[in-house]
Ligand binder design. Structure first.
Ligand code: MTE
Ligand code: MO
Length: 402
């Protein structure tokens, strides 16, 4: 097996040649530049007009069914631009006036409380970087169906810096009454999306957030308030949060009975499978991209785990027969997207690229065969198997369906 050190040395040797080949011939001279005045200052920034990365919309775009996906193959680093954060709404995006909107905490509490957004902003705040992944992400892979791109297959995950108040602070203020073991979080959208959450998550790391990447939440991410449950399936991260009721047992709401349960081969369904287990995917090169001929490339991708930090990512260029250690880009944060890279010299022959991650608990991302052996193929949710991209001799890249 080739060590990553040797792979790197070979790639480093290749990179100098590759860069030289890409440069203009002769003695390079700077291009002539016109001295025209540029555009004036503006109140709210826009990206360069040449940049086209966009969310991919679901085929059905009615408010009840719609989703949109982050262009994983076109973003850099570990933070998802707010304008490209994936979306999943069950009743469209409501318009909520932050001066009117209230979060009520009631049920098994000593002091029921109502907070305006301005009240929450006065409390001690935290800013933390976490991913949110829809449990339906990568769903086609259960059925072994090929997907055209990383965005189409895995684009229901995004990572932001979230600012808000720990839910534990609000619960200490309200005082949890005896028997308060769960809480039901409800959204203010037309479907009143509701999930029952074990109260331990509040004492651990749950947040009520009002900001994302340094500015107020985007409407599509839950403006003005959202529940943030780090590392837990997207659906439980209730947007447009209007109510938290402390209760003694789960409420068996529509959103945790008719959906968001995982059908097992014996016909029974797992319920309250909140945790997002470790997963990684190569985003460059990935499906739909084209390599411009043999030579040096940096393989790059994202890894994340709802259990904590990513400890290691390995990359294969031969469909999983051999693996090399990838470099993890700093920062490597718990329950956040982690960027990994690995140098590669493409020899122009067919190659199947794949990534496999391990988190700090020692959990190793499974193969599709391992997942299917345990879950069958009808679980629909929580697919986190190793997936590969086939680089074809003409440089095009397609899903290898490993
Ligand atoms: N109130 C409310 N909260 C919601 C939803 C919703 O439709 N309504 N969708 C859920 C689902 S299924 C997911 S995956 C995430 C998506 O969060 P995002 O749109 O900010 O990416 O929000 C969750 N919270
Ligand atoms: Mo979701």
């Amino acid at each position: 097996m080739e060590t990553s050190r040797r792979l790197f040395l070979r790639a480093a040797a290749a990179v100098s040649g590759a860069i030289a080949a890409a440069c203009r011939g002769g003695a390079p001279q700077p291009q002539p530049q016109p001295s025209l005045l540029g555009a004036p200052v503006s109140r709210y920034g826009e990206r360069a007009p040449f940049e086209k990365a966009a969310r991919l919309l679901s085929q059905t775009t009615t408010p009840e069914e719609a989703s949109s996906r982050t262009p994983l193959g076109e973003i850099e680093g570990m933070i998802t631009p707010s304008s490209l954060h994936f979306e999943r709404h069950h009743a469209g995006v409501p318009t909520l006036d932050p001066r009117e909107h209230e979060l009520v905490i009631h049920g098994l509490v000593e002091r029921p409380l109502a907070f305006k957004v301005s009240d929450l902003r006065r409390l001690p705040s935290v800013s933390r970087i976490y991913f949110i992944e829809c449990s339906g992400n990568s769903g086609p892979a259960w059925l072994g169906v090929a997907s055209p791109s990383a965005q189409a297959l895995h684009g229901l995950t995004s990572c932001s810096e979230w600012t808000g108040v720990p839910l534990s602070v609000l619960f200490e203020e309200a005082g949890i009454a005896p028997g308060g073991e769960w809480f039901v979080a409800e959204g203010a959208d037309a479907c009143r999306l509701s999930r029952s959450i074990p109260i331990a998550k509040a004492w651990d790391d749950a947040l009520v957030v009002y900001a994302q990447n340094g500015e107020a939440l985007r409407p599509e991410q839950g403006y003005p308030l959202r529940l943030l449950l780090p590392g837990w399936e997207g659906n439980a991260n209730v947007k447009w949060l209007r109510r938290i009721k402390v209760v003694s047992e789960p409420y068996m709401t529509r959103d945790e009975t008719s959906k968001y349960t995982d059908l097992m081969p014996d016909g029974r369904a797992r319920q309250f499978t909140f945790l997002i287990e470790a997963k990684s995917t190569i985003t460059r090169p990935s499906g739909g991209q084209t390599l411009g001929g043999p030579g040096f490339y940096e393989i790059s991708g994202l890894a994340w785990s709802g259990l904590g930090r990513i400890a290691r990512v390995e990359v294969s260029t031969d469909g999983g027969a051999t693996w090399a250690e990838a470099t993890l880009q700093e920062p490597v944060l718990p329950k956040a997207h982690t960027r990994f890279t690995c140098p590669w010299r493409w020899d122009g022959r067919e190659a199947v690229l794949a990534a496999r991650c391990t988190d700090e608990t020692g959990y190793v991302q499974p193969t599709r065969a391992q997942l299917v052996a345990e879950h069958g193929i009808n679980a629909a949710y929580h697919y986190n198997g190793i997936q590969g991209w086939r680089v074809q001799p003409d440089g095009t890249v397609v899903d290898a369906v490993l």
